[in-house]
Ligand binder design. Structure first.
Ligand code: PEP
Ligand code: MG
Length: 754
């Protein structure tokens, strides 16, 4: 059974649409269970009915036509009770309903299981048999397992509007999809789908005007792939047994076959671009092998997919280098990397939307840094069908509208205009100090990891760099950057900002930040080898970085060094020891240096209770609320499934920060906040009340946060803090603080519009 299940799941995931998936299910289940009929009924929520959507065994003419109202028939009874119904003789049941013509009356045995996703009944899966019999426990378990697998696909299709289209045969214009707020702001623009190279399943649908030209492109890619295969075969000639050499012959045959080349060309002639035609053809062919009984032949499916990737690589290498970016480009992808984002000219990039990620993943942090509205974690986004469609991005609510209706579009255009006016108004604050109404100064610093941000950070009115994430320059290289290479990068930032302070954080890799040339594979990466744990285990890497930072600061006195992920005193002692070694070495080498301030990130909860011991050994503390929140609440900061539980306004997080600040102050050590919480207008009111000494945030957030500082008093923020600290949950705290911003006339900082 497990093998059959695996096959069904594989086929369902490969199906291009819901109807295809349902047809696969009913056919496969019918033959696997050797029953006489298998059918799927889906919930039409608007009509409060269950509609027959696929069947193998009942009269197919009734697909879409047979509808059972709530409380009507056995199918709706399964849905209502939310549990399987196993009957030896269905027609004898009082709830049985007879549908003439469907042929259901031929059957006696009935087993129906609900299809449930996230506690909601999406439909019912039914098998029937002519003979009177009770289905076994094993059969029931099998059907329940299939229904659970199907539930995700149906929920996905429902979000995409596929179910509505199937049930009502209508289009999906104007459909809204929810994800997570990644970066604030709203945008209206045209989608450009980006996808990683050589990933067949990520290839979007596109149309071509000139089919002949596209066929030529495809044939050229096939010819190049054939040449590769010939070269591989020649290279290994003599080293392989004859039967293994046959593998290359099989590859060459596939590359001339009608089933791949001919079929793909047929699809191109029907209007698809070469990569899309290749994706469809390869998947179709691989599925045929997947279904084979013989394990050897089944393995050939991976050869077909491998071949597909090779052809795709050649197709992509021939693609035009710079795609014509629309003037309001909404970059959409399964996962968007820093380089994909960087490729779009800044003035053309209007919004960013990704299937994966959360508000703290790197795409969101980068979008924030650039001031581009972003929605992430939209797990139901039909990426392959979005290219060149119009889209509205609401980065406050975490919502996108695909092909918005005229009304939605014009509303968002108005909101975008209002927002631009609001921001232009805030620009005027640029040269004014960040000072509360009762004269408390809270310096505002910028978070960055890009050298190119120096100018925008300077222009934003930032009083320094509060967090420079050094892992970014490490990530975009193909090896560890050397001492001189790093020195130049750090020098540019230190010089650009001098005499304003610049906090360089030592390498913080691990967790979700991996270096392509230094992969760390762990079961629980956020609880594993990350941050200072890695650099202390690799003193050679750490010392090079510390030396580069110190050398870069020669002749300047604005460098501060920050250690990430410290969880105990010994780690801090070791890090300080290595720092002193690098410092003394450089003095011995004759480099002129001012001893930099040393700080520690407070982002692991164990440090909350060690502030007394830590404070004595450092010059400053910087609270990393992104990690502190994830570790305190046991909520993965990148997991969209639990994103609703992740909120830095949780009363425990507020308590923790307040305790850290109080404790650090009792040792006369300044404490700032450098996590995304410092960019959150509502949260800043609470942080102000706690008496944090500085805030460090994305440049794009600086004007709005300055506005808050200048429009609240420290005294008033303390009162508000006392009120919110007494509340039970983050949602209540957020409602209260958002309400205060609305009252102060600045609701536009937490929702679209003015
Ligand atoms: C944090 O954890 O709050 C932080 C600023 O560091 P990062 O987001 O880079 O982990
Ligand atoms: Mg962190």
């Amino acid at each position: 059974m497990l093998e059959i299940l695996r096959l069904i799941v594989q086929e369902v995931s490969a199906a291009r649409d819901l109807q295809g998936a349902l047809n696969v299910i009913v056919g496969r289940v019918k033959s696997a269970m050797t029953v006489d009929a298998c059918s799927v009924f889906l919930a039409d929520k608007a009509a409060r009915e269950y509609v027959l959507m696929a069947t193998d065994g009942l009269n197919p003419e009734f697909i879409g036509g047979t509808r059972l109202g709530e409380g009507e028939g056995l199918v709706s009874m399964v849905a209502q009770r939310e549990e399987p119904l196993n009957l030896e003789d269905a027609p004898a049941h009082p709830r049985y309903r007879f549908f003439p013509g469907t042929q259901a009356s031929h059957f006696h045995a009935f087993l129906g299981v609900p299809i449930i996703h996230h506690r909601e009944v999406m439909g019912v899966l039914v098998v029937r048999q002519e003979a009177r019999r009770r289905f076994s426990d094993n059969e029931e378990d099998f059907l329940v397992t299939i229904a659970a697998q199907l539930a995700g696909a149906i929920a996905h299709a429902e979000k995409n509007g596929d179910i509505d289209r199937l049930i009502t045969h209508q289009g999906c214009e104007g459909q809204a999809l929810d994800g997570l707020a990644g970066a604030p702001g709203v945008a209206v623009g045209t989608v450009m789908v980006v996808y990683p190279s050589a990933d067949l399943n990520a290839v979007p649908d596109r149309e071509v005007d000139d089919a002949d030209e596209e066929v030529g492109v495809f044939k050229a890619a096939i010819a190049r792939t054939k040449a590769d295969i010939r070269r591989f075969a020649d290279q290994l000639n003599g080293e392989l047994r004859e039967e293994d050499q046959a593998l290359f012959e099989a590859y060459s045959l596939l590359l001339s076959s009608e089933s791949i080349v001919g079929k793909a060309i047929e699809r191109i002639r029907a209007g698809s671009w070469a990569s899309g035609a290749l994706r469809e053809t390869i998947n179709e062919r691989a599925r045929v092998f997947d279904e084979m009984e013989d394990p050897y032949l089944r393995e050939r499916a991976s050869d077909v997919r491998d071949l597909g990737r090779r052809i795709l690589t050649h197709l992509q290498s021939g693609e035009k280098q710079a795609p014509p970016y629309h003037e309001n480009t909404i970059l959409v992808g399964e996962e968007i990397s820093a380089t994909m984002l960087a490729e779009v000219p800044r003035e053309r990039l209007a919004g960013v939307v990704s299937v994966r990620g959360s508000s703290l993943s790197h795409v969101a942090i980068l979008a924030n840094a650039l001031g581009i509205p972003a929605v992430v974690g939209v797990d139901d986004l039909p990426v392959s069908r979005l290219d060149w469609r119009e889209m509205v991005v609401d980065g406050y609510r975490g919502r996108v509208y695909i092909s918005p209706t005229a009304a939605v579009k014009s509303e968002y255009q108005r909101l975008a205009r209002e927002e631009a006016e609001l921001m232009a108004g805030l620009e005027e604050l640029r040269d004014l100090p960040a000072k509360t109404k009762d004269d408390v100064r809270i310096p505002l610093y910028a978070n960055t990891g890009l050298v190119s941000d120096v100018n925008s950070s300077l222009n934003s009115g930032a009083e320094g760099i509060g967090l420079y994430r050094t892992e970014f320059p490490f990530m975009v290289r193909d090896r560890f950057p050397g001492e001189e290479e790093q020195r130049k990068i750090y020098r540019e930032i230190l010089e650009g900002f001098a005499p304003k302070p610049v906090v360089l954080r030592t390498l913080d890799v691990g967790g979700d930040k991996s270096l392509p040339y230094f992969p760390i594979k762990e079961d629980n990466p956020f609880l594993g080898w990350r941050g200072i744990r890695v650099t202390l285990d690799h003193p050679e890497i750490f010392l090079i970085q510390l030396r580069a930072m110190l050398k870069a600061s020669s002749g300047l006195s604005n460098l501060q060094i920050l250690f990430p992920m410290i969880s105990n005193v010994a780690e801090l002692d070791e890090a300080r020891g290595l720092f002193s070694r690098a410092y003394d070495e450089l003095l011995d080498e004759g480099v002129t240096l001012t001893r930099p301030k040393i700080g520690v990130m407070v982002e692991v909860p164990s440090l909350i209770y060690l502030i007394d011991r830590i404070a004595a050994k450092v010059d400053f503390l910087s609270i990393g609320t992104n990690d502190l929140t994830q570790y305190l609440l046991a909520v993965d900061r990148n997991n969209a499934n639990v994103a609703a539980l992740y909120d830095a306004l949780h009363p425990s997080v507020l308590q923790a920060i307040s305790q850290i600040v109080e404790s650090a102050h009792s040792y006369h050590k300044p404490v700032g906040v450098c996590g995304e919480m410092a960019s959150d207008p509502a949260a800043v009111i609470a942080l102000l009340g706690m008496g944090v000494d500085s805030l460090s945030m994305s440049v794009a957030s600086l004007p709005r946060i300055k506005w808050i500082i200048r429009n609240f008093s420290y005294g008033c923020a303390q009162t508000i803090l006392r009120q919110v600290m007494a509340m039970d949950d983050a949602a209540a705290v957020r409602r209260h603080l958002d309400g205060l911003l609305e009252e102060a006339g600045m609701g536009g900082l937490v929702r679209p519009g003015r």
